[in-house]
Design a protein around this ligand. Structure first.
Ligand code: ZN
Length: 71
């Protein structure tokens, strides 16, 4: 999908639908936490590599071929 990135504002970028994640680092009095924003944003590829997010499972495009596992 070609659109404007909601994160950096670049136009004409290939974007994906994501939920932004706000990551709070652990500190002396609070544990680390991740807050997910319910609103859906469209992000370009560089933004998805730089900022925490959760991709939507759209299932309309079978071209995703990444095999990324965390262990
Ligand atoms: Zn962007």
């Amino acid at each position: 999908m070609i659109s404007t990135c909601d994160s950096c504002g670049r136009e004409g970028e290939e974007v994906v639908a994501v939920h932004r994640l706000y990551v709070t680092p652990e500190s002396w009095d609070t544990p680390a936490a991740v807050k997910r924003v319910d609103e859906v944003e469209l992000w370009c590829f560089p933004c998805t590599t730089h900022y925490p997010h959760e991709r939507l499972d759209d299932g309309t495009d079978g071209s995703v071929g990444t095999d990324c596992r965390e262990g």
